[in-house]
Design a protein around this ligand. Sequence first.
Ligand SMILES: *Cc1c(COP(=O)(O)O)cnc(C)c1O
Length: 422
Amino acid sequence: MAEKLAILGGERAVPEGAVKKWPPIDDVDRKMVLASLEGAEHAFGPNCKAFQEEFAAWNGSRFGITTNSGTAALHMCVAACGCGAGDEVIVPAYTWSSSATCVLHHNAIPVFVDIDWETMNIDPDGIEAAVTEQTRAILVVHLHGLAVNMEKVLAVARRHGLKVIEDACQAHGATFGGRKVGTFGDCAAFSFNQNKCLCSGEGGMFVTDDEAVHAAAQKLWSFGETRSPSQERDYHAYALGWMYRNNDLTAAFARAELTKMDGYLARQKQNAARLTECLAGVPGLILPTEPPGHGHNWYNYTIRFDMQALGHVAGAAAFRDKIVKAMQAEGVETSLWQRFILPAMTVFQARNAYGKGCPWQCRHARPVEYRPQDYPVAQRHADWHTGMTTPLRAPNGPEVAGLTARGIRKVMENLDQVEQLE
Ligand SMILES: *Cc1c(COP(=O)(O)O)cnc(C)c1O
């Protein structure tokens, strides 16, 4: 029997208040944050130093530099890999905007590669065709917490002498071949923004195993100075620098969360498994996969609607938006995190980064095209998907995943009602 959808006045599948907010706050957080507050160093303080050491150790990286955002850490990666005026950096066509704008920050030029439908990550087999004389680095994004096939990426990088940057902002604890991401490339960036798997409000981390890369990143991080924060400063700008340092209160919060992260990640895995179990076989739904050798952290459980099977290839995004609205009305916490492919974004179409055509018209640059039609897989993904984060996060357990699946299933089984929505 057809159930009436909540958007049309029926009963919600997920009761109000069932999904708890992220992150759970306990006495570990309170104690550490208050101790920092009572301390005397509120800028780059003892918690910052401890946090970068603890996080690097947790990830298996030699060096860590705590930053005020993941984007700051990405910019440090670009600079530390020697990318500058006119150099090209290969990036995926579908990701968060700053995975590509961090390249512009250093006067270098993003070159897009389409994604692989199955993994939603950069298509490693498409990278080589994008390499030119000007290419300096490949920036891969372990999107949604699923690692890119690093074996393939590193092979291309070796063949062409390229640096490899990992955007691990969503991928804390994700693995490839049993090894944590952020340890494959020359350097990597993590984010600790509100919704990430480690939340300290805002914040990020640069990691590397390479001493020279570490030194170069540190210079950009703090006013172009070269001395470490524990040494006496000479207040001299040796190079172009930004102010990307973290502060002690945020680092204290982050340290407290780090003590709990492994438990949270385990919970996320359980919740994702429950979702997959409950959603298996729902017609019209394409579920995310975890290919052999990849350890997903399930930062984002991203589903695609099979618009071919549903008869909505034309106007797919508009129909998807209706499905998502109907699911939200059921109490399913799903939303579109990124509805645009990057090459179609105004900053690339209008080339308005630094103004006056820079960096694309820099005399060191080679002409680069941004034709959205060159990225059909990314576009199809952008139009057909929706994602979920909160229902998978602690303190929510498998029962919330079950309720969420019930809401999704209800909408998918009553698409005739969705067709009627304005
Ligand atoms: C969140 C995120 C970033 C940026 O991190 P911020 O801390 O918000 O600057 C970069 N790349 C990806 C893939 C992200 O998800």
